[in-house]
Design a protein around this ligand. Sequence first.
Ligand code: ZN
Length: 287
Amino acid sequence: MRLDDEKRSSNVEDRRGQRRPIGRKGGIGLGTIALALVAMYFGVDPAIVLNMGQKMSQQAPAPTQTTNVSANDPKRIFVDKVLNNTERTWNEIFAKAGSRYRAPRLVLFTGATRAGQCGVGQAAMGPFYCPADSKVYIDLSFYDEMKNRFNAPGDFAQAYVIAHEVGHHIQNLMGTSDQVQQARRSARNEAEANQYSVRLELQADCYAGVWAHHADGANRILEAGDVEEAMRAAAAIGDDALQKQAQGYAVPDSFTHGTSEQRKRWFNQGLTVGDVNKCDTFSAARV
Ligand SMILES: [Zn+2]
């Protein structure tokens, strides 16, 4: 991935190395770890974040080690540049459609952090977006997890993670997140509610693809192997793959992010077509 000429975004909030936001000391229980493993995909549903946040605030996490928090360490620079690229790209897409893009802020943290009305953000939940404060939250140790645990290394795989969360921000701007929350509330059962979440997640993947399409068209950011990296990441962190890792088998009704195959397919759809209108996972006959 080529980002040499990219400017750095001014929308990154670096909270790495800050003490955890919860006063009480305590370890993480085994149950919490199991829960966190299942939730260990990126872009956790806000409702789940909220629930977990409540749980977590009673069960404070162990303090995490302070990492390099320099504003000029390579990881920070990478995140700044990717975010800036998404800002430029979505600015253009919105402008072409006759509207204005309001960029999200991105919070880097280690361990745990307050995430507005979404509760307490936990590293174990993976990166997520909080619609209430329009911020993306990432503990960069997730990138190590991707590389070491899920066998999905590479800079473009990492950029895809950010682009997926920015995709949730686009949904927030378009009002989709609200509609899905409402639909979830009036769903007859958990399985039906999850279906809405899956479609929301796959649309965020599709938007990430749309970003990649335009970013590459404008700046030739993609290098050989980059798309495969993102695909590998999409496959590695599909719900079925994660559940198998966590418990040895997959339970389809509880999927909230889509299967590996679905995630790859929708990312690819956005990447190939480059059109947000072709990301309508909600009316697609085949999701
Ligand atoms: Zn997501």
